[in-house]
Design a protein. Structure first.
Length: 351
């Protein structure tokens, strides 16, 4: 919570940005007081404190009058007001309650710790006016205040960048698909490469892979592209041993920890011959045991396969040995199952 205006924030980054805004306001007040020029002072509206660009004054208005307060509020609905008229409306219906230290709306009981919240409330709820209009061709969106205008303006910039990126992607779309040797690109560059092969589909309102029919939210499709279509692209590289890691940042961090901590192998994986060379830190081993060796019933999901296992590790071994190699269940050899009394893990024995 801000000690200056009592506004509250959920993230530390937003809070720090907000405090910087207070510092900038103090510096500006000092300059204006010294220079005697209050007319050019910046009047912030909204909660977009990251905007450092100077607000421009829009003199265009649908209400040609010298005194905006002489017009009844019900006659302002849906009209465009100038920047100066909007500021007058916001200030005229705002007061601060000294006892509660809250800003309040004179037209209703709406109270908030931040004056900008009352400003937005007055313009949108009571007056229903807008201070800015997007100048972009085929847009013309009506925007309440400067903060919303700058936010909307960025959306046009992102669309232009997206169109430019898509044009570039069409030219290099096959560059990383047919690599014969692993390539380390780094996290940011790797994600940019993955972004070449999926896009947002407006018809289904989801991101969709350009190379297959897979669709989901952004992060899932990005991981799908890296996992299924870019097997030679590595996003992470260990500075200690030089080992490349594909796309999982969690696995990369776990690998880095292994250089600084004592590592162990999983005894249960050793017994069934699964990932015998893989090592884990203490925390990772605990998570691994919970995920892969918790007892339960795991049925094979492949067609015509009715095999059943009592741990996920056993199911993964079965899947890696047969189904991922393209074998059908009819082609598989018969297996017997022998239960280990020590840890109740089923061990596969090939006859």
């Amino acid at each position: 919570q801000c000690e200056h205006c009592k506004d509250m924030f959920r993230s530390e980054n937003q809070y720090k940005t907000h405090l910087l805004a207070h510092e900038r306001k103090k510096e500006k007040k000092t300059k204006n007081t010294a220079g005697g020029n209050v007319q050019g002072a910046k009047f912030k509206t909204g909660n977009n404190y990251s905007v450092t660009r100077e607000e421009y004054v829009d003199d265009k208005t649908d209400i040609d009058t010298e005194d905006i307060m002489s017009i009844p509020i019900q006659h302002l609905k849906g009209l465009k007001v100038s920047t100066q008229q909007g500021k007058i409306l916001m200030k005229a219906h705002l007061f601060k309650d000294i006892e509660t230290d809250l800003f309040s709306c004179k037209l209703c009981d709406y109270k908030r710790p931040n004056a900008s919240q009352i400003h937005n409330h007055i313009l949108s709820h009571h007056c229903d006016v807008h201070m800015y209009v997007c100048p972009q061709k085929d847009c013309g969106m009506k925007l309440l205040n400067w903060g919303r205008y700058t936010t909307h303006e960025k959306s046009h910039s992102k669309l232009r960048e997206k169109d430019k990126t898509e044009e570039e992607n069409e030219l290099i779309s096959e560059e990383y698909l047919f690599l014969k040797e692993p390539v380390y690109l780094g996290k940011e560059a790797g994600k940019q490469v993955a972004g070449m092969y999926f896009s947002f589909d407006d018809t289904i309102k989801k991101y969709k892979c350009k190379l297959c029919e897979y669709s989901s939210r952004h992060q899932r499709v990005e991981q799908h592209v890296l996992a299924a279509h870019l097997p030679m692209v590595n996003l992470f590289q260990c500075e200690v041993c030089g080992k490349n890691m594909r796309y999982s940042e969690a696995r990369f961090k776990e690998h880095v920890l292994q250089h600084n901590q004592e590592t162990k192998t999983c005894t249960k994986c050793q017994e069934i011959g699964l990932n015998v060379n893989q090592t884990f830190s203490k925390a990772a081993l605990e998570n691994h045991l919970k995920k892969f060796h918790t007892l339960g019933i795991f049925l094979c999901e492949y067609k015509d396969c009715e095999k059943e296992f009592n741990s996920k590790a056993q199911y993964k071994k079965h899947e890696n040995m047969y189904h991922t190699k393209g074998m059908t269940c009819k082609e598989q050899k018969e297996y017997t199952f022998e239960e280990n009394p020590k840890n109740s893990i089923i061990i596969l024995n090939n006859i």
